[in-house]
Design a protein around this ligand. Sequence first.
Ligand code: KG4
Ligand code: ZN
Length: 364
Amino acid sequence: MPLLAFETSCDETSAAVVHAGRVLSNAVSSQIRLHAEYGGVVPELAAREHLRRLVPIARAALRQAGFGFESITAIAATQGPGLPNALLVGLKAAQAMAFAGRLPVVGIHHHEAHLYSPWIQGDPPAAQFAEFEPNVSLIVSGGHTLLVQVEGLLKHRLLGSTLDDAAGECFDKVGKLMGLSYPAGPEIDRLAGEGNPQAFAFPRPMLREPDDDFSFSGLKTSVRYYLRDHPELLANARALRDLCASVQAAIVEVLVVKTVRAAKRLGVGCVTASGGVTCNRSLRDQLVSACRREGLKLRLAERSLCTDNAAMIGILAEEKLRLNAGRASLDEEIRPGWELQQAGGDALSATSPEPSRSPVRDKR
Ligand code: KG4
Ligand code: ZN
């Protein structure tokens, strides 16, 4: 029962085929180069690119999986949150294909897909939901920083989130101040590997607050003021590496300490992490050491599944269909501001087991 999934919430156009918990293909076309010259994602350009790339990417995913469209038995797409016009391309294409093939279509919450992505492991990747244990999960991306308690499969509770900039956004904005190109996270990671994390003492925002929220805009501002007062640092390769290492150390310490502290407080024995920033080597290393020290199990999303991809959308969609927990009607709309808290049960209205035969009508 192969399922074809789409992800178009931001600047990656991705299509994947999954079958019985296994990822058969995961084609990702990144728009990073397109947006780099503007220093960030331009929503209108992103939507236009999704439109241009979606069908070729779908074809590539089907080809890699060795299936024709006629073998596909269900379709899924990211329904929210994300850039409205970008979401629109993926969801409406998915609904059109579902209509044409008389297939069920599932709208997936982007962060809910990240949340369960650490349970997709191996080569080729496969869902390991049989090994699932309750956990505290850190989702860190360019747009979001969330701490979530996952009590069971598809049962989760938001503990905290960022009050301002997301962790990835902080990496990107600080990198921009240093003259690095967008997105700066991977470059800061690389430069930090050769720098001294203790060279500059940057603040650890909200580290001592007892709640599970984060804040990163103050850290960015302190880097801005520091560079305003010491502009000569940017011309010094060694100082730049030390700056990267010091900023990274501040971000990573806050993420790791608050995640582990939440797990201990809640008496949860497992920690997971996902989202683009989970590619960061220091974050991965520090989570490994902190969890080992505290006797916690750790599951990190595989690097290829940390950044946005349709495989995680497809695996979650298959699980939702299996548990009868999610089916979107053919005329359901995108949800650009969809809260994770609503994604467990109430968000996707169940429809009749037979797919609707009525024509797709976009209400916009
Ligand atoms: O999950 P993602 O692909 O897209 C969003 O949903 O935002 O995450 C992209 C973010 C960017 O901010 C990027 O700078 C950051 O993840 N990122 C990293 C690394 N790789 C990607 N940040 C730090 N270190 C990395 N190695
Ligand atoms: Zn994401």
